[in-house]
Design a protein around this ligand. Structure first.
Ligand code: 5GP
Length: 125
C-alpha cells in the first residue's frame, strides 16, 4: 500500500529497523549521513537503496526539513554508491518515489539506484 508522504515519521518502519540493525540487510556503503544496501526484490541487475540516517518520511520531508549538512551528505552518498558500483561510465538511473502517486511503500526516504543493464523508458506505459 502506498504511503501518505505527509504522515509523521514511524520509528517502526522497516528501514528504521534496518538502520538499527534489527533486520538484516546487505550493506553496500555507510557514512555519518547515509546507509546503502541491496534491494530485497531487485528490479534490475543492480538495484541498491540509499537512505539518510535521519528520520525523514520522504523526499518532501527531507528537502523541507533536513540540514544543509544532511542534504549534502546524502547527495554525496548517492553519487558515491553509483561510483562504487561502477555505474558512471555505463550510466544508471536514480529514483525516489513520493507518496501515493509515486508508489512509495516504505515511509523512510530512499533513493533507488538502478543499473547494470539498459533501463528502458523512464515511465512504463
Ligand atoms: P518504494 O516503493 O517505497 O519506493 O520502494 C521500497 C523498496 O524497498 C522496494 O523496492 C522493496 O523491494 C524494498 N524493500 C522492502 N522491504 C525491504 C527489506 O526488508 N529489505 C530490503 N533490502 N529491501 C526492502
Amino acid at each position: 500500500m502506498p504511503i501518505d508522504a505527509t504522515q509523521r515519521y514511524d520509528d517502526d518502519n522497516i528501514f528504521a529497523k534496518i538502520l538499527r540493525s534489527e533486520i538484516p540487510s546487505t550493506k553496500v556503503y555507510e557514512d555519518d549521513h547515509a546507509y546503502a544496501f541491496e534491494d530485497i526484490n531487485p528490479q534490475a541487475e543492480i538495484h541498491t537503496l540509499v537512505i539518510p540516517k535521519g528520520r525523514y518520511v520522504s523526499w518532501d520531508d527531507f528537502s523541507a526539513h533536513a540540514s544543509a549538512e544532511e542534504i549534502a551528505g546524502f547527495v554525496r552518498a548517492v553519487g558515491e554508491v553509483a561510483r562504487m558500483k561502477g555505474l558512471v561510465e555505463p550510466g544508471y538511473r536514480m529514483m525516489a518515489n513520493i507518496g501515493a502517486h509515486g508508489g512509495q511503500e516504505v515511509p523512510h526516504l530512499h533513493v533507488h539506484i538502478f543499473g547494470g543493464q539498459p533501463l528502458g523508458p523512464m515511465i512504463a506505459n
